[in-house]
Design a binder for this molecule. Structure first.
Ligand SMILES: [Zn+2]
Length: 289
């Protein structure tokens, strides 16, 4: 396959989905629970991380969806940066051919700048990069959320992504958790990010037994396949409000300018008075108001 053809497929599978979902008003969660329930029990398939709060189930006991922290009466300026470690189940040959689906430089920059973050990792990524998965997954500055094993869509019509059969949805999520465990990840949290951000009531119902919280976002960085780091930085800086949750990516293959953009985003948000937190901190903080 030519580079151009590969890139076109990659854009179709990842770029359109990731860049487009957050800006679609129709994708706004209809089942967000307003109040987190820190004492919510965790299911069999959820990672056993006692300290990570989850939301109470939504109406009809559906998996709850968290998009951003509600308005904070104290006016505290917090923001959570999230990084999707994408690798699709069928991308192994491309990784073997030298394509980099990881971004260790970005992780190093986050450490250097002392920015805590939540990494939504696919199981396939952890399988390909077990040492990096363990390094992220044992660092208290980070927490690892589940982004499925395959990075296939959990709902049809998701920007051209192949679709996981509904009978295989639970197994796909649990397969990712198993890969984290195998790699030695100890900071896994019971949060799930849908590939492409696409979901419906049916899949929220299917995932309910796992007692996980689905995590969307309110700020799209636009870093997927971006070539202009300043444009990414501008989009993030224009979108962040207190309590925001930003979606970005830590894969050189599909998001090559993200770490450059962070060199502007991080100091500028700090200048504006923001403190960086993990998603678990956002949910925990929301529970206290
Ligand atoms: Zn993704």
């Amino acid at each position: 396959m030519t580079i151009t053809a590969r890139k076109m497929i990659a854009v179709a599978l990842l770029g359109a989905a990731l860049a487009g979902c957050g800006s679609d008003p129709a994708s706004a969660p209809r089942h967000s629970a307003d109040r987190p329930s820190p004492s919510a029990p965790q299911g069999e398939g959820a990672p056993k991380t006692a300290s990570a709060p989850t939301l109470a189930p939504g109406p009809g006991s559906l998996t709850p969806v968290f998009k951003r922290a509600p308005e904070n009466p104290r006016g505290e300026k917090v923001v959570a940066l999230t990084f999707d470690a994408d690798m699709t189940a069928d991308q192994g040959p491309r990784a073997a051919g030298g394509e980099h689906f990881d971004n260790p430089g970005l992780i190093a920059d986050l450490r250097r700048m002392k920015v805590p973050a939540t990494v939504f990792m696919t199981g396939r990524w952890a399988e390909e990069y077990p040492a990096e998965a363990r390094a992220i997954g044992t660092d208290p500055a980070f927490e690892v959320g589940n982004h499925s094993y395959s990075h296939y869509a959990f709902k049809s019509d998701c920007y051209g992504l192949p679709v996981v059969h509904k009978d295989a949805v639970l197994a796909d999520v649990e397969k990712a958790s198993a890969q984290f465990k195998k790699a030695g990840v100890t900071n896994a949290v019971p949060y799930f990010r849908f590939p492409g951000g696409c979901y419906d009531d049916e899949v929220l119902r299917t995932l309910a037994p796992l007692k996980m919280t689905a995590v969307q976002w309110d700020v799209v960085s636009g870093d997927a396949f971006a070539t202009d780091a300043n444009a990414v930085a501008e989009q993030v800086l224009a979108g962040v409000r207190p309590g925001s949750l930003v979606v970005m990516h830590c894969t050189r293959s599909a998001a090559p300018v993200t770490d450059t953009a962070l060199q502007r985003i991080v100091p500028e948000l700090r200048k504006r008075g923001y403190r960086f937190v993990k998603v678990s901190d956002l949910i925990r903080g929301a529970a206290q108001h």
